[in-house]
Design a binder for this molecule. Structure first.
Ligand SMILES: [Zn+2]
Length: 325
């Protein structure tokens, strides 16, 4: 899949790349550096596609010509990708690559070698690549993608044009995530926060139904004021059996939003953007969200210290019911 949103989100990188493509001033090697999740790999593929596209617009691949389609399907003959085989990129891999790039006659576009996790090259591999860069085959571009460029040989770094990627905001990353899974950007932003910013975890959480769980938990929380002790213990059992850590995180984010809304009335500061109506309604029913937040934090502490889950949930809900009375 080619991701085009990256042209906007990494605008300063792409301004440079578009000039490279339209001016045909292509260097032999680029180093893409920056934080995980910044779109370096996606940019590498889109740059490779753009260098080979039959009808690029303003330097960016069209996404639909026969060349772009081959990139999408991972079978473009001009594009070679190497990544660690086990812990490292091995010398043998570079030798095989060397054979194939020197053998190919490039009639149109550019031959592009994308080296993923380039910081995982062994010194032998890196030296072998340096030799290629000293006398590269015609119309061939290396793109090194690295999270830790301190782990690269300085001799390699000095041969590359460096492009630095900025870290993306939660909202920008949520838009990307929403394109990959079945949920909207607002929901994806909530889940990214629940997952402490980790996209892989967020993707798994969405697939496991975290947003449905959030809806249920928020609905249940709204009814807690009316529960008697027996019902509270029943709900405690349900939450203890699902995933109490996640339930607490959902609730903490929700009551944080309630507190922020009551204090500021600023919609833009709310995380649960897709639940604004429900949030405003809930805010009318509660005096001091901070009181509930304190109760939730105590339960979270108890779980961190390996308390019995059922007991921790029971304690929490009994205190909660009391605080509402
Ligand atoms: Zn194209």
């Amino acid at each position: 899949m080619l991701r085009f949103d990256i042209v906007e989100t990494q605008a300063s990188v792409w301004d440079k790349l578009k000039k490279v493509i339209t001016g045909e001033q292509v260097a032999h090697a680029y180093l893409f550096q920056g934080p995980v999740g910044a779109g370096k790999e996606d940019t590498a593929y889109l740059f490779a596609a753009s260098l080979n596209c039959l009808a690029p617009a303003g330097g960016v691949a069209c996404g639909s010509c026969s060349s772009c389609q081959k990139v999408v399907h991972g079978n473009h003959p001009n594009i070679h990708v190497i990544s660690p085989d086990g812990a490292f990129i091995k010398l043998q891999q570079m030798k095989e690559l060397k054979k194939s790039i020197f053998l190919r006659q490039v009639d149109a576009g550019y031959q592009v070698v994308i080296v993923l996790q380039a910081d995982k090259m062994t010194p032998e591999t890196a030296n072998s690549m340096l030799k290629i860069l000293e006398e590269p085959p015609q119309r061939t571009v290396f793109i090194l993608v690295a999270n830790n460029n301190w782990a690269l040989l300085p001799t390699v770094v000095s041969r590359c044009q460096k492009l630095s990627f900025k870290s993306l905001s939660i909202e920008e990353r949520a838009r990307v995530l929403a394109g990959e899974v079945s949920c909207d950007a607002a929901g994806a932003a909530v889940v990214l926060r629940l997952a402490n910013g980790n996209e892989t975890t967020a993707r798994e959480m969405i697939e496991e139904g975290i947003l449905e769980l959030r809806d249920r938990v928020i609905h249940q929380a709204a009814g807690i004021a009316k529960l008697n002790a027996a019902d509270a213990l029943f709900l405690a059992e349900e939450w203890a059996k699902s995933d109490p850590e996640i339930v607490l995180k959902i609730l903490l984010l929700w009551y944080r939003d309630l507190e922020v809304w009551k204090k500021t009335g600023a919609e833009s500061l709310i995380v649960n953007q897709d639940k604004l109506d429900a949030l405003k309604k809930a805010a009318e029913q509660i005096e001091e969200p901070q009181e509930i937040i304190d109760i939730l934090l105590l339960a979270q502490q108890a779980l961190v210290h390996n308390a019995n889950k059922q007991l921790a949930m029971e304690n929490m809900l009994l205190q909660w019911v009391k605080a509402c009375g």
